[in-house]
Design a binder for this molecule. Structure first.
Ligand code: BTN
Length: 246
């Protein structure tokens, strides 16, 4: 519903704004915040998400945890799939770099930040933030290689609302199934590293092998030299192809 969508010209971070709204008593599932600009946009692992207000999309949604909290990391993969589908409706073919970066022509076009919170009177909830770089304008030079200017002009709110709509559908499916089996095929087809040699960094540990897809819980399946397959949890890991960003 439209009243569950808030528009701001500028905020510190749309994720933070959702958190404030929840603290102030808002509870609507999928409450969504769009901002034209963020002054303290944040990325994963404490990184900054440059959000200069160049027509790019910055949005966050409040997601109820209607499932066991251990499954929260699966939601991030659902969001990645939703962004991919929404971009498709605008004729942009994106790949997914596990677990949740979207890649167009080898460059990261979208980042997803999922934050899990707990409040006494509410229990757990997720704040899912999505940033899609729709323009390179005002971005630092060093980001030109990881951001992309989408060719056709895309209204950020049109894209944002499509992402929200697709996400609500797949999320409801997920809550029924409690696993990712129903989107596994689609997700795997979109994997930028499928059947390629990768290195997965989990803190100090590096695992090398061939990416073979994901399991029903969204873990990345990596075939090691000895033929054994291991499943890597989508926590604090980063995947590197052997060349460049992807
Ligand atoms: C990443 O590091 O790849 C995740 C980036 C997530 C950025 C988005 S922009 C909207 C939302 N608000 C934030 O502060 N971060 C997320």
């Amino acid at each position: 519903m439209e009243q569950d969508i808030r528009y701001y010209e500028e905020v510190d971070s749309t994720n933070e704004e959702i958190r404030r709204l929840v603290r102030a008593g808002e509870r609507s599932p999928f409450l969504t915040v769009f901002a034209g600009k963020q002054t303290e946009g944040r990325g994963r692992r404490g990184r900054i998400w440059h959000s200069p207000g160049n027509g790019s999309l910055y949005m966050s949604m409040l997601v109820p945890v209607d499932f066991s909290v251990e499954k929260a990391s699966m939601v991030t993969l659902l969001v990645a799939c939703s962004v991919k589908r929404a971009l498709e409706t605008l004729s942009v073919e994106a790949k997914i770099k596990w677990p949740n970066d979207l890649v167009v022509s080898g460059k990261k076009v979208c980042g997803i930040l999922t934050e899990l919170y707990q409040m006494e009177e509410m229990g757990h909830f997720l704040v899912v933030g999505v940033g899609v770089n729709l323009s390179l304008e005002h971005l630092p030079k060093e980001l030109e290689n990881i951001a992309i200017e989408v060719k056709e002009p895309i209204g950020r709110e049109v894209l944002g609302k499509r992402i929200r709509k697709v996400f609500i559908q797949v999320f409801e499916h997920f809550v029924k199934e409690q696993n990712l089996y129903f989107i596994k095929e689609e997700y795997q087809r979109a994997l930028v590293h499928l059947n390629q040699q990768i290195r997965v960094l989990d803190g100090k540990t590096a695992i090398e092998g061939i990416a073979r897809g994901i399991d029903d819980e969204g873990k990345l399946l990596v075939e090691q030299k000895d033929g054994k397959e291991i499943a890597v949890y989508a926590g604090e890991v980063s995947v590197r192809g052997l060349y460049g960003y992807v």
